[in-house]
Design a protein around this ligand. Structure first.
Ligand code: NAD
Length: 260
């Protein structure tokens, strides 16, 4: 069954400008596809240019209303990449309707092995970019009059976790950052929410993380006995971006098949 015939089409997303960090692969790429098929103009920021350009070509070949635009941008580099890229985006697209702060790096490391530099790197990619990309695109989010920021969090800091202390600290921070921004900019029409996924079977997760033993543990913990797919997270993002959720802000919404 094709996504385009089975799932919701949101007329309010047509022609909307949607910026997605980490949109070249994984959940981010699923969100890029989902928004592009809604007729939105998607802007992808990533460091993996080759899958980024392949995705742009795939959607161009699919004749979506607006071919996505790809910018190489290391979101952990605020002065050298985030600010200048945001300025270029705003020059071309002065109104930003949707910003999805999705890029992350969930590197596994035991706490005694984490160096100061690795801690700072984790904060830079997993949490700091969510703040500074939002700040850098703020004029566009305000210009749109009604806009939606979606920060990717995780259930990882709620469930027992090992070897991911810096990442989990960031993902807990995302929940607080979301609430703070929601109240600061709600009066100006900017909604800010977070999505907290559970275990999502992206290609990379299947390759590197979800061993048969871990899959058995996931399914044991979940109420639904199947692995969630990246497209399912993307469909939640569509709803949070569309006018169908205009009354929803300040929330962290869990999509984890009933794990927590
Ligand atoms: N997959 C899961 O099971 C899961 C679970 C909970 C939360 N999440 C969250 O969902 C989001 C997407 O997860 P995913 O599994 O697709 O991640 P992923 O690691 O597979 O993909 C992340 C994307 O971000 C990009 N990226 C990494 N560092 C970057 C940087 N410095 N600058 C720009 N782009 C960069 C990568 O190139 C990649 O395209 C993340 O925020 C993650 O923490 C994922």
């Amino acid at each position: 069954m094709s996504n385009q015939t089975h799932y919701a089409i949101y007329p309010s997303l047509r022609d909307r400008i949607v910026v997605i960090s980490g949109g070249a692969t994984g959940i981010g790429a699923s969100m890029v596809e989902a928004f592009a098929h809604q007729g939105a103009q998607v802007i992808i920021l990533d460091i993996q240019s080759s899958p980024g350009f392949e995705l742009v070509q795939k959607l161009a070949d699919a004749n979506v209303a607006h071919t996505p635009v790809y910018y190489e941008c290391d979101v952990s580099d605020v002065e050298g990449a985030v600010r200048p890229t945001a300025a270029k985006i705003l020059e071309r697209f002065p109104r930003i309707h949707v910003l999805i702060n999705n890029a992350a790096n969930d590197v596994r490391q035991l706490t005694p092995d984490v160096t100061l530099e690795q801690w700072d790197t984790s904060i830079a990619v997993n949490l700091r970019h969510q703040f500074f990309l939002t700040q850098s695109l703020l004029s566009g989010l305000l210009e749109a009059k009604s806009s939606s920021v979606i920060n990717l969090g995780s259930i990882s800091w709620v469930i027992p976790g090992r070897k991911v202390a810096p990442y989990n600290a960031c993902k807990a921070g995302t929940a607080g950052l979301t609430k703070s921004l929601a109240h600061e900019f709600g009066p100006k029409g900017v909604r800010v929410n977070s999505i907290m996924p559970g275990a999502i079977a992206t290609e990379r997760q299947k390759r590197e993380i979800i061993t048969p033993e871990y899959e058995a543990l996931i399914l044991d913990r979940q109420a639904l006995k199947r692995l969630l797919q990246p497209e399912e997270v993307a469909r939640l993002a569509l709803w949070l971006a569309a006018d169908d959720s205009l009354g929803v802000t300040n929330q962290s919404i869990v999509i984890d098949a009933g794990w927590i």
